[in-house]
Design a protein around this ligand. Structure first.
Ligand code: ASP
Length: 338
């Protein structure tokens, strides 16, 4: 049994230092990290290896090819480690956690993303606890999925969203219970995943294939048509009002969505609300979307819908198959209605 874990630093506040331009990530975070860990866990003899991205990024710069690189790194090292901890900036951590969950379906060991709101170099920080707890969870606990650990909460990765820009409780899992709470003791809850064969894949993504926008009062058909006219676009995540409603009196907008859908653009409807789910059958303002071929995104987060579409488009060129799959619960990212 291997008990060594692999720590992957991608960039982000946790390993940043102050510079004239503000906080920036720096190469060589490993030595500081080992120093701090040795001071914190002298007797534990924690065995881990460390790799960092060639180019460390503020996660605001994340791109789909970074997800491929991360999945490839984990896939390549999968057998050699008990678990993986990915240190990542908080801004887009929920996107990366979601993307990895779809690429690493059927995991049988933990992949845990974490980071911090204050760098490890600062005297007062949330980095140390997030780091150490994520490492212990990855080494010692029976977790079989991609999770995000932050501020005492272990959450299913593809259910998370960044909910607080400045507080230590940066993440929330609005539509799904936490997988674990960390206080004096660590308590894990069983939240079963749908059965799936193991498929650790690192697809190449088309970076411009998925776009997104939020409906807003006064949105014009013209604006939406111009966005969707780009031939590279294969899927569109539309954040709608309430349980999945749109301004249906705008017939030109309905026509623009119907037209895009008929051209093979997969349109997924998610709610702008923080909690709850899309139900396109409830109101006439949602029914038109169903009739236009728009797929309900149920209770998926924006991050899950967006990254799921990237992964599905990389798996099949057929829009109908993507529509069918996007509505399924592939790895715990959505709840089907009872
Ligand atoms: N801008 C930073 C990043 O996402 C914020 C953080 O890490 O907390 O990389």
């Amino acid at each position: 049994m291997v008990s060594r874990i692999l720590l992957i630093y991608t960039g982000g506040t946790i390993g940043m230092i102050r510079s004239d331009e503000g906080y920036v990530p720096t190469k060589g975070f490993e030595s500081l990290l080992r120093q701090r860990l040795e001071a914190a866990m002298p007797s534990d003899n924690f065995e881990f290896d460390y790799v960092e991205f060639e180019e460390l990024i503020d996660s605001a710069n994340i791109q789909p090819y970074h997800w491929t690189a991360l999945a490839e790194l984990i896939r390549h090292n999968y057998r050699n480690y008990a678990g993986f901890v990915v240190l990542h900036g908080t801004d887009t951590m929920a996107f990366t956690a979601s993307a990895l969950s779809f690429m690493l379906r059927g995991l049988d060991k933990p992949v845990i993303l974490t980071g911090s709101q204050i760098p490890l170099t600062e005297l007062r920080n949330d980095a140390k606890d997030n780091l150490i707890t994520a490492m212990l969870l990855a080494r010692d606990y029976p977790i079989h999925e991609v999770c995000l650990y932050f501020n005492g909460r272990l959450m299913r990765g593809n259910r998370t969203t960044k909910a607080n820009a400045t507080g230590f409780e940066a993440f929330d899992s609005p539509n799904f219970p936490d997988l674990g709470q960390v206080g004096i003791d660590i308590h894990l809850q069983q939240q079963p995943l749908p059965p799936t064969r193991q498929m650790l894949s690192a697809p190449l993504f088309e970076p411009h294939a998925v776009v997104a926008l939020k409906l807003f009062p006064g949105i014009s058909a013209d604006f939406v048509s111009r966005v969707l006219a780009d031939a590279r676009i294969r899927a569109f995540v539309m954040s709608s009002f309430g349980v999945g409603n749109m301004p249906h009196q705008n017939k030109a907008l309905v026509a623009a969505l119907t037209d895009a859908s008929q051209r093979g653009v997969v349109i997924v409807n998610i709610t702008q609300c923080m909690r709850g789910r899309v139900s396109q059958e409830t109101y006439a303002t949602g029914r038109v979307l169903h009739d236009a071929g728009v797929v309900s995104g149920a209770d998926m987060t924006f991050e899950a819908a967006f990254t799921k579409l990237h992964v599905l488009l990389a798996e099949t060129p057929h829009p109908e198959q993507v529509r069918q799959q996007v509505a399924q619960n592939l790895c715990g990212e959505l709840s089907l209605p009872h």
